[in-house]
Design a protein around this ligand. Structure first.
Ligand code: IPM
Ligand code: MG
Length: 353
């Protein structure tokens, strides 16, 4: 029987609670669809850092490479200064494992209230391919003359042609595979970021015209993208963009699909170890209350199965979530679902089984 080794990083706040429900559903999917999952827990996160002073063991990436995938709850602790854990755990793993794609579906499930008037599941169903290895996230820059009136801070957006090309390749291939309306939209800012997005735009049209002539290419500035994501989300099929814009527009996308309770993402290295996570944070105020919505983690688990090649199991998870949102949950919001965290996990797992 096919066996996959999965590293589980519950992380901080409500992370472990939602990861637990994700694992529950993954186990149900595995036994139903005839493969095995071996889970190993890792205690990376704020608590471990506060106890030991170490953010991530030096060999963490190496350790993660021994697995087929990583399943992550959430990173972010109220007693740790912002940036330390995010950079030291989440971003470090993304970079060291070269997970250069951040795949973020924006999909409104049936039964979920959409904050946009007149839009429903038919209109909100697209995928953002966020580049995940470059841009302002590379840490290129620094501060000089600190604490003087002349202090200078520089943080550069950095992209190489190689990074842009591999991300575009992934996005074109995904557009072809999705067969929605065969449209790939580049989200940029060619009117101001005339170096970075000039590179993206040239690479986009070159690759598209040469290798994907059947795929329609659209271009939107990032500010306009935000507007159209609200006004005409049905235009979108696949959106490809840089790391920073991708970070921003996917929070907007998440709220149009019902919020952080359901938004999932995958940090993907198509030839290596990928990491799947609910994209909301650690929601510390709900920790331990059994009220947080685990569907985002469950959907992240579904994406993980798809990436591992277990597409039937992945489809079953999505179908189960669809049934639960359509027929059971009162709301996606923490504490207002009509069910506890563990009960929502049970509902989905039962349908997968
Ligand atoms: C995300 C998050 C992270 C990011 C933070 C926590 C570093 O906002 O995954 O979208 O900016 O990528
Ligand atoms: Mg973000």
């Amino acid at each position: 029987m096919k066996t996959y080794k999965i590293a589980v990083i519950g992380g901080d706040g409500t992370g472990p609670e939602v990861a637990r429900e994700g694992v529950k559903v993954l186990r149900a999917a595995a036994s139903k669809h005839g493969f095995k999952l071996e889970f190993t827990d890792y205690d990376f996160g704020g608590e471990r850092f506060l106890k030991t002073g170490e953010v991530l063991p030096a060999n963490a990436a190496e350790e993660m490479r021994r697995h087929d995938a990583i399943f992550l709850g959430a990173i972010g602790h109220p007693d740790v200064k912002p940036g330390i854990l995010e950079k030291g755990i989440l971003l470090r793993l993304r970079f060291e494992l070269d997970q250069y794609i951040n795949l973020r579906p924006v999909k409104l499930f049936p039964g979920v209230e959409c904050p946009i008037k007149g839009k429903g599941p038919a209109e909100i169903d697209y995928v953002v391919v966020r580049e995940n290895s470059g841009d302002a996230y590379t840490g290129t820059g620094g501060i000089t003359m600190k604490d003087t009136p002349h202090e200078v801070a520089v943080q550069s957006s950095v992209y190489t042609r190689h990074q842009v090309d591999r991300c575009l390749r992934y996005a074109f291939e995904l557009t072809r595979k999705r067969k929605k309306n065969n449209t790939l939209a580049l989200c940029g800012k060619t009117n101001v970021l005339t170096y970075i997005y000039d590179l993206w735009e040239r690479a986009f049209h070159e690759m598209g015209a040469r290798d994907y002539p059947e795929i329609r290419r659209d271009y939107y500035h990032v500010d306009a993208t935000c507007m159209w994501m609200i006004k005409n989300p049905e235009w979108f099929d696949v959106i490809v963009t840089g790391n920073m814009f991708g970070d921003i527009i996917t929070d907007l996308g998440a709220i149009t699909q019902g919020g952080m309770g359901i938004a999932a993402g995958g940090n993907i290295n198509p030839k290596g170890v990928s990491m799947f996570e609910p994209i909301g944070g650690s929601a510390p105020k709900y920790t331990g209350k059994n009220v947080i919505n685990p569907l985002a983690a469950i959907c992240a688990g579904g994406m993980m199965l798809d990436t591992l090649g277990e597409s039937a199991a992945a489809a079953a998870v999505e179908a189960a979530v669809t049934d639960v949102t359509a027929t059971k949950l009162k709301s996606l919001a923490a504490g207002r679902m009509g069910y506890s965290t563990t009960e929502v996990g049970d509902l989905v797992a039962a349908r997968v089984s």
